[in-house]
Ligand binder design. Structure first.
Ligand code: SAH
Ligand code: SF4
Ligand code: F3S
Length: 468
């Protein structure tokens, strides 16, 4: 999963009666769900007069939305806090105030440690408590001293957050599911995000329609286990993700649908069939497998085998022949032998991934694997990661090279890196650059792919040759 950073968000409507006289700076790490949550925190603070700003200087409030998935992710938080402390002190010396809040998965997992190591932090709040943020801000302003909220509340935050109001642009995220009941041996998510919960059909459809009305053309449905989503439909029946996608695809103006992240065990036949039926559902799926060794998959408590994974991939490709796949891999999980690692390479050779993320196993406090015997030495993890990444890079380059000469529908998402360029995404999520007018942003256009590079494509606007 990519580490993302965003400093942008809601622009208050001109008719908003609230005076937006305070500045809020968000720093976001981790998965797309954190990016989405940051937008929702901006929504919940707007009625208090907080408008987003993209620098911490002069900010009245700074929120760090954090990730705990691997060691380095958590360490970044503490170094950023050290930097912000100086700004906070400067503000106070000048007679001002800066509220410093730590949200997200590090807050949930290490709330007490944050307050011990960084006592100048005003608010620590876990991912399920964002709807209570205004109360916490008021409390921090009144009392001084830290406010900490890391219990899992009985209520669902989405039922209490205001409607999402920030326009997200051509591509948008929509969280439909949160939490995880799978308890993979290595993973903190079940502890930081709590039990699996799905948002109801009506709420999802309403939010999707609003996003499209605000100009979004592609929606990516989010969840830690997004394909475990199930929701009660207006007629009282229970829908799975396949049915939800069929309904979303009917929203006029919505050109593309994606969903992430899926667990192989929850890839049911209806969802697989939906890939063959819904043209707006993009032929690209991020389906983490972690390892190709059944011994390791059992040790990881993944509850699927390599053959199960290959069978799901086979069914997906039968349903949608051009289906491209992405995955996550962990090397050096406790007990991983050279033979286990070889099995992972073999699975990769069989599937041929369009892209993938791979990580060295990082022991997370409190997870079963962290105390397991047979930890793999760091140098060996490094070596395996390099071998694995070389193979994945080769596959990605081959996938991109195979696009050369094709004409692909590209959703133009914004200006390109160079003047005169625009950029967008292929159906297979490849970034594409081409020369073209910015008036094409927000439209899907045919692009002739001229070259496929290591991680992106370049193309030209496709013009049908005039017939003689
Ligand atoms: N819900 C998704 C992914 C969640 S975390 C799934 O079920 O697969 C994103 C990725 O981070 C995981 O797929 C895994 O590859 C990686 N990851 C999680 N915990 C890790 C750890 N302790 N060390 C290294 N990588 C880890
Ligand atoms: Fe973590 Fe496993 Fe749950 Fe994914 S399925 S979030 S890897 S515990
Ligand atoms: Fe990180 Fe939490 Fe997402 S640990 S990957 S921010 S669910």
């Amino acid at each position: 999963m990519t580490v993302l950073q965003t400093g942008q968000g809601a622009v208050p409507a001109a008719s908003n009666p609230v005076r937006m006289n305070k500045r809020l700076h968000m720093i976001t790490w981790g998965c797309q769900m954190n990016v989405y949550d940051s937008l929702r925190m901006e929504d919940v603070l707007a009625p208090l007069g907080y408008a987003p700003t993209d620098t911490p200087d002069q900010a009245d409030m700074v929120i760090l939305n954090t990730c705990h998935i691997r060691d380095k992710a958590a360490e970044k938080v503490f170094s950023e806090l050290g930097r912000l402390r100086l700004l906070k002190l400067e503000r106070e010396a000048a007679g001002g105030k800066m509220i410093l809040a730590v949200a997200g998965c590090v807050a949930q997992a290490e709330g007490a440690e944050i307050l011990a190591r960084a006592p100048y932090v005003d608010i620590v709040l876990g991912p399920q408590t964002y709807h209570r943020l205004p109360e916490m801000v008021a409390q921090a302003a009144r009392a001084g001293g830290a406010v900490i909220e890391t219990d899992f509340p009985a209520e669902q935050k989405f039922d209490f957050l205001p409607e999402a109001s920030a326009a997200q642009g051509v591509t948008a995220f929509l969280t439909i599911q949160e939490g995880c009941d799978k308890f993979c041996s290595f993973c903190v998510v079940p502890y930081t995000r709590g039990a699996e919960a799905s948002r109801p059909v009506v709420a999802v459809l309403a939010e999707a329609s609003r996003l499209v009305a605000q100009g979004s053309r592609e929606i990516t449905l989010l969840g830690q286990n997004v394909n475990a989503w199930h929701g009660e439909a207006p007629d009282g029946s229970t829908w799975g993700l396949g049915q939800l996608l069929r309904e979303l695809a009917a929203i006029p103006g919505l050109l593309r649908l994606r969903y992430t992240t899926s667990h192989p065990r929850d890839m049911d036949n209806d969802l697989i069939a939906a890939h063959g039926e819904i043209p707006a559902l993009m032929p690209f799926l991020h389906l983490p497998v972690q390892s190709g060794s059944d011994r390791m998959l059992a040790a990881m408590n993944r509850k699927h085998t390599a053959a199960d994974y290959l069978s799901v991939v086979g069914k997906l490709r039968a349903s949608r022949p051009d289906m491209a796949l992405s995955s996550d891999f962990i090397v050096g999980h406790p007990g991983e032998t050279e033979a286990d690692f070889e099995a992972t390479l073999e699975l990769i050779r069989q599937v041929k991934f369009a892209q993938a993320f791979s990580f060295k196993y990082s022991p997370r406090p409190g997870t079963p694997a962290s105390g397991a015997p047979l930890q793999v030495p760091e140098a060996e993890k490094d070596r395996r990661l390099q071998v694995l990444q070389a193979l994945l890079r080769e596959q990605q380059a081959a996938f991109n090279a195979a696009s050369e000469g094709l004409t692909l529908p590209i959703l133009v998402t914004g200006p390109g890196r160079r003047p005169g360029q625009i950029g967008g995404r292929s159906p297979y999520l490849q970034p594409v650059h081409l020369i073209g007018p910015e008036s094409l942003i927000g439209t899907e256009i045919p692009v002739r792919i001229v070259s496929g590079n290591a991680s992106s494509l370049s193309g030209t606007l496709y013009q049908e040759r005039a017939s003689a």
